[in-house]
Design a binder for this molecule. Structure first.
Ligand SMILES: *[C@@H]1O[C@H](CO)[C@@H](O)[C@H](O)[C@H]1NC(C)=O
Ligand SMILES: *[C@@H]1O[C@H](CO)[C@@H](O)[C@H](O)[C@H]1NC(C)=O
Ligand SMILES: *[C@@H]1O[C@H](CO)[C@@H](O)[C@H](O)[C@H]1NC(C)=O
Ligand SMILES: *[C@@H]1O[C@H](CO)[C@@H](O)[C@H](O)[C@H]1NC(C)=O
Ligand SMILES: *[C@@H]1O[C@H](CO)[C@@H](O)[C@H](O)[C@H]1NC(C)=O
Ligand SMILES: *[C@@H]1O[C@H](CO)[C@@H](O)[C@H](O)[C@H]1NC(C)=O
Ligand SMILES: *[C@@H]1O[C@H](CO)[C@@H](O)[C@H](O)[C@H]1NC(C)=O
Ligand SMILES: *[C@@H]1O[C@H](CO)[C@@H](O)[C@H](O)[C@H]1NC(C)=O
Ligand SMILES: *[C@@H]1O[C@H](CO)[C@@H](O)[C@H](O)[C@H]1NC(C)=O
Ligand SMILES: *[C@@H]1O[C@H](CO)[C@@H](O)[C@H](O)[C@H]1NC(C)=O
Ligand SMILES: *[C@@H]1O[C@H](CO)[C@@H](O)[C@H](O)[C@H]1NC(C)=O
Ligand SMILES: CC(=O)N[C@H]1CO[C@H](CO)[C@@H](O)[C@@H]1O
Length: 725
């Protein structure tokens, strides 16, 4: 998984909200990071950096119509092309420099709130609003909501901002300011919006077109703002514990605010009006678990892979806002109050970059046997369907593979496989490419292959363990018709060049004065090497990849008889009789691991980075061991035997266990976990600071149950901080 969002939802517990709600909640990846604010700084560079979610084309001049032209949104509901943004959180090192705190994106809630909920109306086209006060550095206990009497008392509007430090073992109340930042499971910044509209103005710069409910998240609207809107609420997940804070630095928002009182949020409506109207009517009043699947108008355009399919766009403002920065972008002084801190204005501002125009671009659904692409070689590739990969731990197409995390597309994979002489190719998980001569795996529902290619977002590139399979016309029989020597459990490739410009085609050599093809095949099988080749009568070469320096030679160049069998040919000078080992097992991560002698099963969660301030499987109750015969099964069994629910393998021989799950680090590309287990050549055991994590399924251990309870109770939990009921 490449998105941090599923991760952050798993962390959710506790909430601002007291009463049982009707609502929906939507996860959002990042659309843009930079000094962009089309509400407060239209057409110019904003005063401070924002984390923007929503329509992919959000820019400095966005309005309803321009957002509506976006090709996608970084949020899960594709018919919502709104833009949502908040200031970005940084860490200021003791030496004065800054770096962004890793975030898990924004969760946007639409809640049915207010006494007048029966008359709630959808956001009108083009409505925009800002909640919060960027200049605030202390709690304002005098500016109150409308509250006419003791049934609907007024409340300080400052309560619209809140922070939750998430710590499963030591729950702390939420605060209206940034207090504790030692948050093992993350820090949630939260902002409530105005739900009462004057019914006339889509925007007024003093925000007087909208007003808060009397209780902010519930109650009544003032008579001046009689129209009730859906109640909007953002949660932004930060991971302060993934920063090394040992230098004694501090957390600060992009506007220079260390207190959190100046946190704020912006909303620019870009919804498809029909979809929003249907969702408000059908779901806002009675969807009590917030799940989009339960709301038909929203589910229809939900994209499970929103963060990959609509990734963050390149920076619109020509300045650096990530990495290590000498100062906060813009002219923002770090202040801690209590006095208000007006927005600093710079005399000069960076230029704007011209973004690639993707407005209106839509994804093309390929049709089996009729969608074709023309390849630069002149061949044509025809779409074959969505196939299941790794159904029993082995790759469906294993002859060759590559990953390109920026450029993968159907055409790129096609060219790669054709160059290697294969006629079947397939893309997977947005950036992987596999080749073979034929495919015998099972097809599956086309909707399973729903990840866009990273190199061309209008094409599909498979999904998790799902292959978008293509066939190159004219090359169907290339591999299968090649004749040549037969060796059991091996396929002859061709006579192949070696030692071109001093580069070896395969990695590892053994020599034997009684060399035969079978002897070399046996070496490849024992070591689980994908290829083997015999050269110069007595040299056996094995390896998993063919160096790009090698190429097919005329068969006549492999005409030396084998040292151990004069009836077989064993290559020639700098020429390999090259074979593929059909017993080769592509290393993988078993998706489930059974515990011998028990019904317990562990499921694979993914490849994770270790945290900078602690192990991914950290916490006080954890265990680790190493073994020169490490396998996934060994580690899982060792953790289970000691009563742990999580197991992780790393660096080919290390094993980690804990009971509370992932406490540090984050999901990362599977390519980071590519070290072979010391005890099983067909399994991966993590990498350097990368860990493959497994979780006990259906655990009944008290810690897991308690954690799940906290997650489930989210929507029912009474807010002790705000004293709501
Ligand atoms: C903002 O985006 C809209 C829609 O893509 C585009 O028409 C407009 O020119 C962009 N504005 C700027 C300043 O780039
Ligand atoms: C508001 O806060 C100030 C400073 O803490 C305090 O002196 C004052 O009494 C408070 N006012 C109200 C109405 O609570
Ligand atoms: C409180 O104010 C609301 C709204 O104006 C009104 O409907 C209600 O009757 C009032 N309640 C009391 C006890 O005055
Ligand atoms: C602020 O954090 C400290 C340290 O974690 C804690 O002791 C204190 O109770 C917190 N304050 C509030 C108002 O929650
Ligand atoms: C809510 O009520 C509407 C109208 O009665 C109905 O169409 C919809 O299915 C209900 N939704 C849920 C989640 O129960
Ligand atoms: C595609 O063509 C192949 C070979 O002609 C055929 O076996 C298969 O059923 C076709 N699939 C579809 C979905 O038409
Ligand atoms: C990835 O693909 C892009 C676009 O085709 C190409 O420019 C780049 O060199 C490729 N990167 C790797 C590592 O192959
Ligand atoms: C594929 O999945 C979609 C969405 O879940 C469903 O509507 C459709 O009926 C499925 N098609 C098949 C052939 O199972
Ligand atoms: C992206 O894919 C579409 C659909 O296959 C294709 O028409 C387009 O040419 C591709 N774009 C690039 C830059 O290759
Ligand atoms: C080929 O592989 C199969 C399956 O592993 C094995 O049973 C068989 O003995 C092998 N044949 C030879 C000649 O090695
Ligand atoms: C694990 O057990 C399940 C049933 O309990 C079985 O279906 C599955 O094949 C087993 N998996 C392995 C890898 O042994
Ligand atoms: C017709 C066709 O696509 N032929 C291709 C088969 O594959 C080789 C590479 O192995 C190409 O060179 C051919 O053009």
């Amino acid at each position: 998984m490449k998105t941090g969002i599923t991760f952050s939802l798993a962390l959710s517990l506790g909430s601002w909200f007291g009463a049982v709600d009707a609502y929906w909640r939507m996860n959002c990846g990042v659309a843009q990071t930079g000094r962009v604010d089309p509400i407060l700084s239209p057409g110019s560079v904003s005063g401070h950096v924002h984390l923007l979610s929503g329509a992919t084309n959000v820019n400095t001049t966005s309005d309803y119509d321009s957002l509506s032209a976006a090709s996608c949104t970084s949020c899960s509901i594709q018919k919502d092309l709104s833009a949502y943004w908040t200031p970005l959180m940084y860490y200021q090192f003791a030496n004065g420099s800054f770096t962004p705190v890793p975030n898990g994106g924004t969760v946007v809630y639409y809640l049915g709130r207010g006494d007048d909920i029966a008359n709630v109306v959808p956001f009108p086209k083009g409505l925009k609003m800002v909640s919060g006060d960027s200049t605030a550095r202390s709690y304002d206990n005098t500016t109150m909501t409308y509250g006419p009497n003791s049934t609907f008392p007024p409340r300080p509007v400052a309560d619209r901002v809140s922070f939750v430090c998430i710590d499963y073992t030591n729950e702390t109340p939420q605060t209206t300011f940034l207090n504790n930042t030692d948050c093992p499971e993350g820090l949630r910044a939260q902002i409530q919006f105005q739900s009462c509209w004057d019914g006339v103005n889509l925007y007024k710069s003093d925000q007087s077109h909208v007003a808060y409910l009397s209780q902010i998240d519930n109650g009544i609207c003032p008579p001046s703002h009689p129209v009730l809107l859906p109640h909007l609420f953002f949660e932004i997940y930060y991971f302060p514990n993934s920063m090394d804070t040992s230098d004694g630095g501090q957390f600060v928002f992009s506007n220079g605010d260390t207190t959190g009182y100046g946190f704020h949020g912006d909303f620019l409506n870009g919804w498809d009006t029909d979809v929003l109207t249907d969702a408000v009517t059908q779901c806002l009043v009675n969807d009590t678990d917030g799940v989009i699947e339960d709301c038909a108008p929203l589910a229809a355009s939900q994209d499970e892979y929103y963060a990959n399919n609509c990734p963050e766009r390149p920076a619109l403002v020509n300045e650096q806002v990530k990495g290590i920065l000498p100062k906060l972008p813009g002219c923002n002084t770090v202040t801690s109050g209590p006095a208000a801190a007006p927005q600093g204005i710079c005399s000069t501002e960076p230029s704007l970059n011209t973004p690639e125009d993707t407005d209106g671009e839509t994804r093309v659904e390929p049709t089996i046997n009729s969608t074709t692409i023309a390849m630069s070689s002149g061949s044509t590739a025809t779409y074959q369907g969505c196939y299941i990969d790794e159904s029993n731990g082995a790759r469906a197409l294993s002859a060759a593979s590559t990953t390109n995390s920026t450029g993968m597309s159907t055409a790129l994979c096609a060219a790669y496989c054709q160059n290697k002489g294969y006629s079947v190719f397939a893309t997977e998980y947005s950036d992987e490419c596999y080749c073979g001569s034929s495919i015998s795996a099972s097809t599956t529902n086309e909707t399973d292959c729903a990840m866009a290619c990273v190199g061309n977002l209008t094409q599909w590139c498979g999904g998790p363990d799902r292959l978008s399979v293509w066939l190159i016309s004219g090359n169907e029989t290339n591999a299968s018709t090649s004749s040549g020597p037969t060796v059991a459990n091996s396929t002859y490739i061709s006579c192949y060049s070696d030692n071109t410009g001093g580069s070896r085609t395969l990695t590892t050599r053994t020599m034997d004065s009684s060399m035969t093809l079978e002897m070399c095949a046996s070496t490849a099988q024992k070591g689980n090497y994908k290829y083997f080749g015999v050269e110069y009568a007595d040299e056996c070469w094995v390896g998993d990849t063919l160096a790009t320096t090698g190429a097919t030679l005329a068969e006549g160049q492999c005409s030396m008889t084998c040292a151990g069998n004069t009836s077989e040919l064993c290559g020639g000078p700098n020429a390999l009789s090259l074979f593929q080992n059909n017993l080769y097992q592509q290393p993988g991560n078993p998706s489930t691991v059974n515990i011998t002698g028990s019904s317990a099963q562990f499921g694979y969660l993914g490849c994770y980075t270790e945290g900078t301030s602690g192990r991914a499987l950290g916490g006080s109750a954890s265990y680790s061991t190493t073994s020169s015969s490490m396998t996934v099964e060994y580690c899982v069994a060792a953790c289970y035997a000691k009563g742990y629910d999580y197991a992780g393998v790393e660096y080919s021989d290390e094993c980690y266990c804990n009971n509370i799950g992932i406490t540090n680090g984050a999901t990362t590309a599977s390519s980071g976990c590519s070290m072979i287990c010391d005890g099983n050549q067909a399994e991966y055991c993590g990498g350097s600071n990368r860990v493959n994590i497994y979780e006990l399924k259906n655990s009944t251990s008290p810690s897991r149950l308690a954690r799940r309870e906290l997650q489930h109770s989210r929507r029912f939990m009474l807010s002790h901080w705000f004293g709501l009921s």
